[in-house]
Design a binder for this molecule. Structure first.
Ligand code: ZN
Ligand code: ZN
Ligand code: FE
Length: 754
């Protein structure tokens, strides 16, 4: 019998997901000897035995545990070493430990089965987990990932748990958060005043309170959710008033996919996203006349849905058997609250009861938000957070120097690079709030530790007022690079599509606001360039934001300003005074923002004249447009006399007004406007592409979260034989800014001589 020795190098998500015990069990099964260990790159396996068994082992390796994901396996034959046992070796300390910490994982099938098994010792235990599932990133305090460096260190494992933890053949071998009702975390139900509510089963009691119409703050894996029944307009109204959130859509948790289909239209792709182990919120189409209260997502065809993802959710939803509102537990604008005391301080005016636990959350993490795009045939990230952090985005080239990119102001996310990894932080939120700023600082430190990175460069936005810019400039003994906002969006899209360093492309970057190199607000930009730099070839004709920041919340002001530019007189006294100030250039900054133009059209149609949440006017306009259809576009002009070219949209506004006068349905007008803006993109981009002899057109910026616009522009670009690129794993909004900042600062520093 010939004995061979084979070495496998496995890369991908293969650490902290039960991969080594899986390899151990395979070795046992085939009677093979050798060893397995983690490295900075992944997992190494050295295995020896009869050739047939080695082959079978190699085959079986291709089907790893459910939460593992193999990117690549390299196998080579080596001279036999005469191993006599199979061993799992300890991981080396101090090595790069990034990859060792996986994101938080949904309850696995085995644990879900035990959870509802009367004879299991973890029957109905809300903190059941194993190496295939459970909290990870949210409980990590430091690296490398083991129990002593997680918030589970305060719980001493009982004999039974410790036995599982030490047994390589057990599903809970080195499951760091391993726990049971005897030794692990416990639930407590409290009143809004903090008095304990005695109940034989706090989950059953909570379900009863939800059914009665109470609002419950539930501490989950990444922070608090505010939960209430989703079928009662009265209850939803109470939540909205208390949370000071009059219109912003609320996410709904359904018991399972079949239940979700009763109130939402869910395609098979959307179902796959909903049921994926990351369990994100998925934006899907609402059904008419469902049991859901209409106020959950007013003026909106869509709704954010998620399925239960913690054992507690599973227990609660089984008990309730009805959909619930499950929205982040925070006060408007604050980061999600993840600490019980903090929760009482900030949520006691909102929640009637608190269902909390004693497993501290080290890293708060909001739910991720995705949608499925039927034209692009891919998922689109609105928010990349729980379930995806801290997975890295692979760069097509290696960062020789580590970069800390601080991101933007709203939707703040930072990124740290190390080698070919760009790791984005979780969603941090609006950095105007002191709590958020503290959260940012603490996390930047943690990520550097997790990545074992010593950043040599800090990248930040050009806007001097951003918290992240001020913070970056305060750091000592480190190179700082200011990056233009829309260039960062563009580079983020290129990197997200793994474009090599020498790629030249047209960039269409449309967003709400970003600071331009000419000190005006940009946001309707056409670039040509690469990671190193861009030329601004075209942009929307500039218009004013009368009242500055106020205009963002009151789009009627923008509409009045544009009409005044067109020589159309204001109708009301209020408009007259706003226009008068605008003419005197009092607090009326110029912008070329596509996002603001969508706002203006929304106001012009009377869809939304004042907003209470970000992008409301544009979202409601899109919602209206999806109910209309047309093949007609409105006229516009591309003025190429000077560079940058200007896209004159005044004819579009004039035609919209004519349609309104003619009594054309508003949904038709809204659709025509979307079709026209897609035509603006296609025509302008193709002219630039032809001139520059390229075919690649990268689309980025928050405006492309508008899936109607994205789909129309995509089809038009393809029809012109261009190659459109859109984001894959990185959000196109400011949540993806940091990745672009990182690559730009790195490329510009490494090509320049000093
Ligand atoms: Zn499990
Ligand atoms: Zn135990
Ligand atoms: Fe932006």
């Amino acid at each position: 019998m010939s004995i061979v020795r084979k070495h496998f190098s496995v890369t991908g998500t293969v650490q902290g997901v039960g991969f080594r015990p899986f390899v151990y069990r395979l070795a046992q099964k085939y009677g093979l000897f050798g060893l397995v260990y983690n490295t900075t790159q992944g997992v190494e396996i050295d295995i020896e035995g009869p050739i047939r068994e080695i082959r079978a082992f190699g085959q079986a390796l291709q089907t790893p545990p459910p939460s593992a994901h193999i990117e690549n396996i390299i196998a080579r034959l080596l001279p036999p070493k005469k191993y006599r046992v199979f061993r799992i070796m300890e991981s080396a300390r101090g090595a790069n430990t990034t990859l060792a910490i996986p994101p938080d994982l949904d309850v696995c099938k085995d644990c879900a089965r035990e959870l509802f098994d009367k004879n299991d010792r973890r029957f109905r235990y809300p903190f059941i987990n194993c190496t295939n599932c459970g909290p990870r990133f949210t409980i990590v305090e430091s690296a490398p990932y083991d129990r002593a460096r997680t918030t589970m260190r305060r719980f001493r494992m009982c004999k039974a748990c410790a036995k599982e933890y030490k047994d390589p053949t057990n599903r809970r071998f080195h499951a760091e958060p391993n726990a049971c009702p005897v030794c692990g975390p416990q639930l407590t139900l409290l009143s809004a005043h903090g008095t304990k509510i005695s109940a034989r089963d706090p989950v059953v009691k909570t379900a009863a309170l939800v059914r009665k119409g109470h609002i419950i703050a539930i501490l989950g894996v990444g922070g608090f959710h505010l939960v209430c029944r989703a079928d009662s307009a009265q209850t939803v109204a109470k939540l909205r008033v208390r949370k000071h959130r009059p219109h912003k859509p609320l996410a709904v948790m359904a018991c399972d996919i079949a239940h979700a289909k009763k109130f939402a239209r869910i395609s098979s792709d959307e179902a796959r996203l909903l049921q994926s182990s990351q369990k994100p919120i998925v934006i899907v189409s609402k059904r008419k006349n469902s049991i859901l209260a209409g106020t959950i997502a007013p003026q909106n065809n869509k709704i954010g849905v998620m399925l239960p993802y913690t054992p507690l959710h599973h227990l609660l939803m089984q008990e309730l058997n009805m959909p619930i509102v499950a929205t982040s537990g925070n006060r408007s604008g604050d980061p999600i609250i993840c600490d019980t005391n903090d929760g009482f301080r900030k949520l006691s005016g909102i929640a009637d009861y608190f269902l909390v636990h004693d497993r501290p959350i080290s890293n708060r993490c909001d739910d991720s938000v995705l949608s499925w795009h039927s034209v692009l045939k891919r998922e689109i990230f609105m928010r990349r957070s729980r379930g995806f952090v801290p997975l890295s985005v692979r760069s097509p080239f290696s960062f020789q120097k580590s970069v800390l990119a601080t991101g933007g102001q709203m939707k703040s996310v930072f990124a740290v690079t190390q080698g070919t990894n760009a790791v984005m932080s979780q969603h941090i939120g609006e950095l105007e709030h002191a709590d958020t700023a503290e959260f940012f600082e603490k996390n930047a430190e943690l990520f550097e530790k997790l990545l074992d990175a010593k950043p040599a460069i800090i990248a930040h936005d050009m806007h001097s007022d951003y918290f992240t810019t001020r913070w970056a400039l305060k750091q000592k003994n480190i190179q700082k690079v200011a990056v233009q906002h829309h260039h960062a969006h563009f580079a983020s899209c290129l990197l997200d599509n793994k474009m090599p360093r020498n790629t030249k492309a047209v960039g269409v970057v449309w967003d709400g606001t970003g600071y331009g190199t000419d000190s005006t607000v940009w946001g309707g930009e056409f670039f040509y360039g690469d990671y190193g730099g861009v030329e601004r070839i075209a942009h929307l004709r500039p218009f004013t934001l009368p009242g500055g920041e106020v205009a963002i919340r009151e789009p009627w002001r923008i509409a009045a300003g544009i009409l005044d530019d067109m020589g159309i007189a204001p109708k009301s006294d209020l408009e007259r005074s706003v226009v008068a100030a605008k003419r005197k250039h009092i607090n009326a900054p110029l912008c070329s923002s596509a996002g603001r133009l969508f706002d203006a059209v929304s106001a012009l149609l009377g869809v939304c004249t004042r907003t209470t949440y970000e992008a409301q006017a544009a979202i409601e306009l899109e919602s209206l447009a999806t109910r209309g259809t047309s093949t007609r576009t409105y006229p516009f002009a591309i003025d190429t006399i000077n560079t940058p070219w200007q896209i004159d949209f005044h004819p579009i506004i004039a035609a919209i007004r004519a349609d309104l006068r003619r009594g054309i349905k508003k949904e038709t007008i809204a659709y025509r406007f979307h079709l026209t803006m897609a035509e603006v993109i296609a025509q302008t981009a193709s002219r630039i592409a032809r001139r520059q002899k390229t075919s690649i057109v990268a689309l980025s910026g928050g405006v492309f979260q508008n899936s109607l616009l994205l789909g129309l522009a995509w089809r038009k670009l393809e029809a012109r034989k261009l190659v459109p690129l859109f984001h894959q794993q990185v959000p196109s909004n400011d949540g993806g800014l940091a990745v672009g900042q990182a690559v730009i600062s790195y490329v510009s520093r490494s090509t320049r001589k000093n």
